[in-house]
Design a binder for this molecule. Structure first.
Ligand code: NAP
Length: 461
């Protein structure tokens, strides 16, 4: 009985107790949105403003005072003002001495100022304890409650106690504080909202470029060539046939590009005989966006699966099938089952299904909620071993499907190789080099290098 009642007590929020007073300088968009949220969470809010007139935009229960008066009422003061106006704070230095100032400001450009806004604030008011936070949360999201994408609040500051106070406020507002360390991290935190999918840029541009290239390549060979030389109008190929050629090719090439930087890294380490030298910048960047490359590859693979599944619904496919049946009927002759063709078609379908299954597994294990629940060895096993297996299955799937065209002269329209041949270049190169790398005479020194051994210590920095 006792136990139950204590549980209920622990779960029930103490609504009667008001939390402490928090001061917000600035009654602009962000100051108001944060004020609403704080009042909802039980804080008393006092605004410091140039004008003490209450407007109906200000949260109902908040007080509006002059900056000096408002600052005296709270220990934590949130500076919801643009950096260029911070000068007005200098005359308030004495009142703000010992107070916790929360810098929430953002800039318009990456690295706009030599120092971060929070460091600048700390220089202006050396007697105050400056903490950076809340800048990655938007006023709109705070007010509308749609904080799903931005629930994390990055916090940094030199005073541990001040930082803890701000993190407690963050938690009370239902957000998740992420401690980023000292105020030196402020520049990085201020750059976050200005970054547009930083890790996705290269994979997206690369995918768009390659997709456009392969699309026009297929358009030229499958539609324009056929129209010019065979007088057949296959322009409707643009809708499904060509995308269903481009998607698997993209999926395979991008999957191979996930593993190619690892191959380069291994070759560089073997050549240098040490792991204690930085990889070239381009390789570092490439390695960092492997997950994104893999996810885009998975998206292409899914599209390929859907395009393939709808194939029987297509008018062109049913026309071709009925044409075959009618021609057999007219000739009064049933074509015998070609066992080689049956084997080939079943094999590439089976390889495709297995490759796709592993592809999906790789995608699922890259989700943070899943990867957080496996240890490093398990993660490496899935991403490396099963990843290579997926690459082998997908390469074999393409090879079995497209292989029949390799030696056929009709496949070389305008002397250009078929798209399937092009798609196999990178994956085959990756698999062949990987095969060489797992030979004991290569694998042993590489493993030793990765464990810290150096062939020639002069290379170490
Ligand atoms: P805002 O709507 O322009 O409001 C800024 C407030 O600063 C004004 O309402 C004004 O308040 C005060 N102010 C303006 N000029 C001043 C001056 N010369 N001296 C003293 N105070 C002055 O801007 P905001 O969107 O609320 O943004 C405020 C800060 O939050 C910025 O640093 C911004 O980077 C940051 N932030 C904003 C968002 C967002 O979604 N809006 C998100 C993250 C971070 P009074 O009239 O009451 O004095």
């Amino acid at each position: 009985m006792n136990k139950n009642s204590s549980n209920i007590m622990a779960l029930a929020p103490n609504t009667s107790n008001k939390r402490e007073t928090v001061c917000i300088f600035g009654t602009g968009d962000f100051g108001r949105a944060l004020g609403y949220k704080m009042i909802q969470s039980g804080y008393s809010v006092v605004y410091g403003s140039r004008s003490t007139q209450i407007s109906n935009l200000i949260p109902k229960d908040a007080e509006v005072l002059s900056h000096a008066e408002a600052a005296q009422k709270a220990t934590v003061i949130i500076i919801a003002i643009q950096r260029q106006h911070y000068n007005f704070l200098t005359p308030l230095a004495e009142i703000l001495r010992g107070k916790v100032l929360v810098d929430i400001s953002n800039n318009l450009k990456l690295n706009q100022y030599p120092e971060s806004n929070a460091e600048y604030l700390a220089q202006l008011l050396p007697g105050s304890k400056v903490v950076k936070g809340f800048n990655t949360v938007s006023a709109w999201a705070l007010q509308s409650g749609t904080l799903d994408a931005s629930r994390q609040v990055f916090v940094c500051g030199d005073d541990a106690e001040a930082k803890q106070m701000v993190m407690n406020i963050v938690r009370t507002l239902g957000l998740t504080p992420v401690d980023k360390g000292s105020l030196l991290a402020a520049q990085e935190i201020e750059n976050y909202p200005l970054q547009l999918f930083p890790m996705w840029k290269f994979p997206i541009f690369l995918s768009l470029g390659l997709t456009a290239f392969f699309f026009f390549y297929c358009l030229a060979l499958d539609v324009i060539y056929t129209y010019i030389y065979e007088n057949n109008n296959f322009s409707f190929f643009i809708a499904i046939t060509i995308p269903n050629r481009v998607c698997p090719v993209m999926a395979l090439i991008l999957l191979a590009l996930v593993y190619l930087p690892g191959i380069f890294a291994a070759i560089i380490q073997l050549y240098r005989g040490t792991k204690y030298r930085r990889f070239p910048d381009w390789l570092d960047k490439w390695m960092l966006c492997r997950k994104q490359l893999g996810l885009i590859a998975l998206a292409f693979a899914c599209l390929h699966a859907v395009f393939t599944l709808v194939a029987p619904l297509r008018a062109f496919v049913s026309w071709r099938t009925s044409k075959g049946i009618i021609s057999q009927a007219l000739n009064n002759k049933t074509e015998p089952l070609n066992h080689t063709t049956a084997w080939i078609s079943d094999s590439y379908l089976a390889l495709g299904i297995l490759g796709f299954f592993l592809f999906v597994l790789l995608g699922i294990t890259s989700l943070p909620s899943v990867s957080n629940n496996v240890n490093w060895r398990e993660f490496r096993f899935v991403q490396s071993k099963l990843g290579y297996l997926a690459l082998i299955f997908c390469t074999a799937h393409t090879l079995v499907y497209g292989g029949k065209w390799f030696l056929s002269p009709s496949a070389y329209k305008w002397y250009l190789p078929n798209i399937y041949m092009l798609s196999l270049v990178v994956p085959c190169a990756v698999l062949v080099v990987k095969f060489v790398l797992i030979f004991p005479c290569v694998d042993k020194p590489l493993t030793r290098i990765r464990q810290g051994w150096e062939r020639n210590p002069k290379y170490s920095e």
